[in-house]
Design a protein around this ligand. Structure first.
Ligand SMILES: [Cu+2]
Length: 218
């Protein structure tokens, strides 16, 4: 240990002596000018070296750490990336579950818990949902790979045959939002539209009653 310390101290001393030692007297005016300039440039280069060292390593590490923490906070949220299992789909009474099945070329939308199907005409089927309520989509495909995408609502997942992909969200603003197929799937791919109409809870229940034939207005 002592030998190690002694070695380190000797090295520091040697470096200091080298730095502080008066350079040997210049042999000429030319050599004096050149050596003088060399020393000045060495001094200004030191802070640049240190600065580059810090920005390349410490500052980059701090920025990447921020990116990681901020991204994890968003991507771990189940309304961005739903990783729950079957038992976590629509667990509460007023939650809504919609099954979205893509096919060449359209969407079959179904409310399995209410036994309601939505048929598409013209611009595709219109799914009606209540605002400020947890909503789940179970997305699959009957034939080839399609994509379920409602850009204004930040909802996107693949529609893959024999596989259920889940989306969860909670829509705060009423209105009609357009969805479409985001995976090229053949000749009529560009016509694979659907709509998501968000209304208040009472209007949603009224619509649902009309669909099931239970409603007074049906
Ligand atoms: Cu498609």
């Amino acid at each position: 240990m002592n030998a190690k310390r002694f070695g380190l101290a000797s090295l520091c001393a040697a470096v200091l002596v080298t730095l502080l030692a008066q350079p040997a007297a210049a042999q000429s005016v030319s050599a004096e000018l050149i050596n003088g300039l060399n020393e000045k440039l060495l001094v200004v280069a030191i802070p640049i070296t240190l600065l580059v060292e810090i920005t390349w390593t410490i500052a980059t590490a701090v920025i990447l750490l921020f990116v990681g923490v901020a991204s994890y906070g968003v991507m771990a949220n189940d309304t961005v990336e739903f990783t729950g299992g079957e038992e976590e789909i629509a667990p509460d009474e007023n939650d809504v579950l919609v099954e979205a099945n893509a096919y060449q070329w359209g969407w079959n939308m179904q409310y399995p818990e209410q036994n309601v199907w939505v048929n598409g005409t013209g611009q595709g089927p219109t799914v009606v949902l209540p605002a400020n309520q947890d909503v789940y989509f179970s997305v699959s495909s009957d034939d080839v790979i399609h994509g379920f995408h409602a850009p204004e609502l930040g909802l996107k997942t693949d529609a893959i045959p024999n596989q259920q992909n889940y989306l969860k969200t909670n829509i705060s603003e009423t209105g009609t939002y357009q969805g479409y197929c985001s995976e090229y799937c053949g000749i009529a791919h560009s016509q694979m539209y659907f709509n998501i109409k968000v209304v208040d809870q009472a209007e949603y229940e009224e619509w649902l009653a009309e669909q099931t034939g239970d409603g007074a207005s049906a």
